[in-house]
Design a protein around this ligand. Structure first.
Ligand code: GTR
Length: 412
């Protein structure tokens, strides 16, 4: 059986069980609804945002706070003290193509465990600081080589052929002069309702009290916070260009990448692959996974208040096009897959489309077509999008588009 067929089958079984447990999920475009979207360029008091200064100085903050309160929880602060240590260095790995660094971050002087571990693969022959793709669980760091095109959770189902393809993708990325950085989630925020607070959050809580009445970050926010810490690291390592860190992620980590870029304006570009509900997809569209479903299965990813809105997403004061707009004027890329109806590919596209007015206000001339259907090819900017044929996955084809897009901005 072909690999893509196996992946489609596994995904189908997962979706079937979710549908059975949680009731009907809509896949009918005519029933997707047409709730009006909140306007990114209107303050909460109804007045219009008239200038770039008003956006940057006030509206941006207003929206960030609403996303914190209603969707993701308060973005954790930068720690008072940060101690990055290279715990392992392997020069000349991958046939001399790269140097591998395993790095850990401590944030308290009393020897508590690190709050973050990540692996960086640096192109060995770079002349100066290089741009980097950084993502949570971007590839399997237990292996000696980067295999970024292989979905980690389904790796065993994909076999050696896919691993080889992933490794070749890793080589291609390094050869083009980009570094690859992958964050582990175990120290940061393990992906489980009872465990996600055991990592960074527990140490951060001991350092800084949460403002009264505001909701604590869910797991997505802690993963996103980890990406911001990687930028801190990149600013100190002469091999990396701290002004060219690309936050990217697949699926739940695509959601985290978008939230990271919204908060940390040092992140130079963001790429979300098949990020769906709580990521690029519009919450108000009733298609595929809905806020109500995601709050039942993964409540701990979000602010506790997201569940109050989730049965009626049209009551949310924000929607996900405004999340993408928070990255403006920096480049953003959204990728969908044709069979990934759970993630609502059309909702992901429309979100990008409706983020454009903010980009326009900030002087970025993006002209995506309103129609999603004919978009079979990639839009390479200034806002990027592609719809890949096939199932929910991060593939070599996706990476080719991302590499093209990133090279257009940051050719090393
Ligand atoms: C699914 C979840 C999606 C997506 C995906 C993943 O179960 O419903 O929102 O995040 O997991 O991360 O693989």
């Amino acid at each position: 059986m072909r690999l893509s067929r196996i992946i489609t089958l596994i995904h189908g079984v997962v979706l079937w069980s979710l549908t059975t447990i949680h009731g009907q999920i809509n896949y009918e475009e005519s029933l997707a609804g047409s709730h009006p979207l909140p306007d990114p360029l209107r303050f909460e008091d109804g007045t219009a945002v008239g200038s770039a200064v008003e956006w940057t100085g006030r509206r941006r903050h207003e929206l960030l706070r609403l996303f914190e309160d209603c969707v993701y929880g308060v973005f954790p602060p930068r720690p008072r003290m940060q101690d990055f240590r290279i715990v392992r260095r392997i020069p000349n790995a991958l046939d001399g193509l790269e140097t591998r660094l395993d790095i850990a971050l401590w944030i308290s002087p009393d020897g508590e465990s690190p709050v973050l571990r990540f692996t960086a693969w640096l192109p060995a022959d770079a002349d100066g600081p290089v741009p980097a793709f950084a993502g949570v669980h971007l590839f399997d760091t237990s292996r000696d080589f980067p295999s970024p095109a292989v979905g980690i959770t389904s790796e065993s189902a994909q076999g050696e052929k896919a691993l080889w393809a992933g490794m070749e993708t890793g080589r291609a990325i390094l050869r083009q002069g980009f570094a690859l950085i992958s964050l582990d989630i175990d120290a940061l925020a393990p992906d489980g309702e009872k465990r996600y607070r055991t990592g960074a959050l527990s140490q951060l809580r001991a350092q800084t009290a949460l403002e009264a009445g505001r909701p604590e970050s869910g797991a997505l926010g802690v993963w996103a916070w980890g990406l911001a810490r990687v930028v801190d690291y990149a600013e100190t390592d002469p091999h990396l260009d701290g002004r060219k860190v690309i936050a990217m992620g697949h699926s739940r980590m695509g959601k985290a990448a978008l939230w990271a870029a919204a908060n940390d304006q040092r992140i130079a570009m963001v790429i979300s692959n098949n990020s769906g509900c709580g990521g690029a997809a519009l919450s108000r569209r009733n298609f595929g996974e809905s806020p109500a479903h995601i709050c039942r299965v993964f409540p701990y990813w979000f602010s506790s208040r997201f569940s109050d809105y989730s049965p009626h997403p049209e009551t949310l004061p924000v929607d996900q096009h405004q999340l993408l707009a928070l990255t403006a004027p920096r480049p953003v890329y959204v990728a969908s897959a044709s069979e990934d109806r759970w993630a609502d590919p059309k909702g992901e596209y429309l979100s990008l489309f409706h983020a454009q007015p903010v980009y326009h206000l900030l002087g970025v001339k993006s002209q995506l077509p309103q129609e999603w259907e004919p978009v079979a090819h990639a839009h390479q900017g200034p806002l990027g999008y592609h719809l890949r044929n096939g199932a929910h996955n991060l593939t070599t084809t996706d990476w080719k588009h991302f590499l093209n897009f990133a090279s257009g901005y940051f050719r090393p």
